[in-house]
Ligand binder design. Structure first.
Ligand code: CTP
Length: 397
């Protein structure tokens, strides 16, 4: 699978360094040639002997010792790709600022090959503004970032910051080397996230959508060479710089942005959880508590997808989402027809690991030709691949 590919792994001082062991094993099994460099503090987490045994290559740590100097320029030129996994908060900050106080950083700074970075840190560190800035900075240098995952962290807390699993990193590398740019020149519109419908200056109505699924779909389209625009409701999820991002807050703003963009797009995927209702009246001042019962009148928002379905021409493909709790298939098929869609992606809240706030999803896709495609529960990134593959199959049918 990765036969003949030369991969230089850089391991830094993070508890996730143990996952790099499995990663090296998987890469060797996939036929890659692997060399490992470590920062001095990575040695405190895993022994270099493990990496040298698995990679069958000497593991380099120091820039120089009493008698020799490690040629960092050659290492960076030897590799087809340099994969830094895990990257600690400290190394990330050094990479963002051009520090060069160990061999790994010297190789990184002189590497002529592509660099892929898999960060790993505790949730609070991950969400710190300085980390965000550093990630943006190294992205702007052209580095590729494998997003962190949500789950149990070394601190015992649950949250964002886990390094991606070795299997996912392997998949990322395979896509990196081999995914064809089959959608080059195609214009794609994806929507993601919730909307916020303001009641007064401090309160709003919303839902539990995080935007993860829609962002994963946008990233997958971009990976395949498409020209992607994402219209993103309030969400903390990072979007790659090569995707044009339009940030919106309310259903009305999402409607305006969609209608502005839609007519020029070849494929539109409406993954956003748009509010169906908004407060009828917006209070300019904060509503004070007076009565025991406060009636709140709600008004229907525009059904964006339905309107796009009415406007679409015969060459455009529109994909909707249906999140259901009962009569799932029946409801999904009825939306497919009523909104004049080409495909609809159904996820049911009855399936464990599906829907909002989860890193995974379990979907069924129906197309307007009567086909049904069932998929197992998977990470949202892999679900995004299934969705894009199914859209391409439909387009080429
Ligand atoms: N959608 C939309 N505009 C809205 C509401 C929803 O474009 N105002 C889109 C969603 O992005 C999704 C699809 O419609 O792709 C299905 O949304 P959903 O709210 O589940 O369907 P509805 O048709 O609104 O039906 P119901 O809420 O009664 O289930």
């Amino acid at each position: 699978m990765l036969s003949g590919k030369k991969i230089l792994i850089g391991v830094t001082g993070s508890i996730a360094a143990y996952k790099a062991i499995l990663l090296v094993r998987l890469l060797i099994k996939a036929g890659a040639e692997v060399k490992v460099i470590m920062t001095p503090s990575a040695k405190d987490f895993v022994s270099p002997l493990i990496f040298s045994t698995l990679s069958k290559n000497e593991v380099l740590i120091d820039l120089f010792n009493e008698t020799s100097w490690a040629n960092h320029v050659n290492l960076g030129r030897w590799a087809d790709v340099m994969l830094l996994a895990p990257v600690s908060c400290n190394t990330l900050a050094k990479m963002a600022n051009g520090f060069c106080d160990n061999l790994l950083l010297a190789v990184y700074l002189s590497a002529t090959c592509s660099v892929i970075v898999a960060p790993a840190m505790d949730e609070d560190m991950w969400h710190h503004p300085s980390t965000k800035l550093n990630i943006d900075k190294i992205k702007s240098f052209g580095n590729n970032i494998i997003p962190v995952e949500n789950g149990e962290l070394a601190s015992g807390l649950f949250g964002d910051g886990r390094m991606a699993e070795p299997e996912q990193i392997l998949q990322y590398l395979q896509d990196f080397f081999f995914s064809s740019k089959e959608l080059e020149g195609k214009k794609i519109l994806v929507t993601a996230g919730p909307t916020h419908e303001a009641i007064d200056p401090v309160r709003f109505i919303s839902n539990h959508s995080t935007g993860k699924m829609g962002v994963a779909i946008a990233e997958e389209f971009a990976q395949r060479g498409a020209d992607v625009t994402i219209i993103l409701g309030p969400s903390n999820i990072d979007v790659s710089k090569n995707i044009q991002t339009v940030k919106v807050t309310s259903a009305q703003q999402m409607y305006d942005a969609c209608i502005n963009n839609f007519s020029k797009k070849d494929i539109t995927v409406m993954a956003a959880a748009v509010a169906d209702y908004r407060p009828q009246d917006f209070s300019l001042t904060k509503i004070k508590k007076t009565e025991d019962v406060l009636p709140l009148n709600l008004k229907r928002t525009n059904d964006i997808l339905k309107e796009m379905g009415e406007q679409k021409n015969k060459d455009q493909i529109i994909v909707g989402f249906a999140l259901e709790t009962n009569n799932e298939k029946e409801n999904a098929l009825s939306k497919l027809e009523k909104k004049n869609l080409d495909l609809i992606v159904l996820n049911s809240l009855n399936d464990e690991g599906a829907g909002f706030r989860s890193d995974t999803n379990k979907i069924t896709i129906f197309d307007k030709n009567g086909n049904e495609f069932n998929f197992e529960k998977k990470s949202k990134k892999l679900v995004a691949k299934d969705i894009v593959n199914t859209i391409i199959k439909y387009k080429n049918a």
